[in-house]
Design a protein around this ligand. Structure first.
Ligand code: FPP
Length: 249
């Protein structure tokens, strides 16, 4: 079924900015929440596809720190969808050996969402085929600020020496501690920006932008993104000749 991925490198970590739900709904003269509901179907499809092809970490930007500023009806609609999704998916996540994690300020979420989120995180803690990171009330700058605060507190307590703070120390204090950085970062919906998403972790990610709006982004579109990823040469600051020399060894 996934023959066309033969000989293709599957990114270890794929991160997605799921944009375009609102416009997708508006095109159909429907309320924005209709687009978010259709977006949940894409979430299901992409989680299943990513696990099937062997992605190890999938990070979905579901709600940013800035999204709290949306109209309250849209915020509560999104929270409701999240709660329903988590309640409905628990068995599916477990049977597919998918571990759920939350990146972001979980404490800002409404209590009933937090409860089901924490329960799902606890109930899938033993799963190891794929990590599903939901970025919820997530902001890259707040994540970095909090990491810096914790590192500074560690220095003050004498547990860390400021001269020994390395890039790894910073990575270890982010929500994604212990996970590989994204190899491929996808943004749907036609905009070309990072919107405060994984600012540290995405330093060397290949960026893939598509006009396809999130509710229309399904397995076939994911495969296309992976094919484009495979055509890119990741140089990590080295020259093309160096990279080709390494590959020939
Ligand atoms: C951006 O589209 C999308 C969001 C802010 C929310 C994404 C949420 C979902 C896909 C559904 C819930 C998620 C889970 C994990 C169950 P937009 O509203 O900014 O679209 P627009 O740019 O067209 O207005």
């Amino acid at each position: 079924m996934i023959d066309h991925l033969e000989d293709q490198l599957v990114p270890r970590h794929i991160a997605i900015i799921m944009d375009g739900n609102g416009r997708w709904a508006e095109e159909r003269k429907r309320p924005r929440l209709f687009g978010h509901k259709a977006g949940v179907d894409s979430v299901r499809d992409i989680v299943e596809a990513a696990r099937e092809i062997g992605v190890q970490h999938l990070t979905l930007y579901a709600f940013s720190t800035e999204n709290w500023n949306r109209p309250s009806g849209e915020v509560s609609g999104l929270m409701g969808l999240l709660k329903t999704y988590l309640s409905a998916e628990l068995e599916n996540l477990r049977s597919n050996d998918i571990r759920l994690r939350c990146l972001g300020q979980a404490e800002r979420l409404p209590m009933e969402v937090r409860q089901v989120l924490e329960q799902t995180i606890a109930d899938t803690a033993g799963c190891s085929t794929m990590n599903l990171n939901l970025a919820l009330s997530y902001g890259g700058r707040v994540e970095l600020r909090d990491a810096i605060r914790r590192i500074a507190a560690g220095c003050e307590r004498g547990e860390l020496n400021w001269e020994e703070i390395s890039e790894q120390t910073i990575s270890d204090h982010l929500y994604t501690a212990g996970q590989a950085d994204p190899d491929l970062l996808i943004r749907t919906g036609g905009e070309h920006r990072l919107s405060n998403f994984l600012l540290w972790q995405a330093s060397y990610a290949e960026l893939y932008f598509t006009d396809t709006k999130w509710p229309d982004f399904r397995k076939a579109q994911l495969m296309e993104a992976i094919q484009v990823f495979n055509q890119r040469q990741r140089r990590f600051g080295r020259t093309g000749a160096q990279v080709q020399g390494e590959a020939g060894k």
